[in-house]
Design a protein around this ligand. Structure first.
Ligand code: 5GP
Length: 120
């Protein structure tokens, strides 16, 4: 799959769509999810053009991957759930439920996250 420069997260990175930023550095942007599924729900994206986790794992530099992992933890810390606990979800592809084709992690917390997946 080719990267689509008009995907929502690409537009957020260009400043065309506003976001509620919780952490930013030269490699990563973390912001509040527009439709939160938990009391705390952040989306953490690398600034590079990667469609999903497969593309990111295969083609990103080690520095980009490290920065994104650190960004996940920084988003948790900035939103007050680092100590209480949180869940990181990376939806990948159709069966994973990925809706936006720019690799991203969800950082969710603010209460018990419950069973890892819904059954059925
Ligand atoms: P996915 O289903 O691809 O793993 O997650 C995409 C996420 O992006 C969803 O949780 C959705 O609520 C969020 N989202 C979609 N559009 C926007 C937007 O314009 N702003 C923000 N902050 N989040 C968005």
């Amino acid at each position: 799959m080719a990267y689509d420069d008009n995907n929502v997260f690409a537009r957020i990175l260009r400043g065309e769509i506003p976001n509620d930023t919780v952490h930013e550095d030269d490699q990563v942007l973390a912001f509040k999810d527009i439709n939160p599924q938990a009391p705390v729900h952040n989306v953490v994206i690398p600034k590079g053009r990667y469609t999903g986790l497969n593309d990111f794992a295969e083609n990103a530099t080690d520095a980009e991957i490290a920065a994104w992992v650190r960004g996940l933890a920084k988003a948790a810390k900035e939103t007050g759930v680092a100590e209480s606990g949180y869940r990181v979800i990376v939806n990948s592809g159709a069966d994973g439920g990925q809706e936006i084709d720019h690799v991203h992690g969800h950082v969710m917390g603010g209460g018990p996250m419950g069973p890892m997946v819904a059954k059925g």
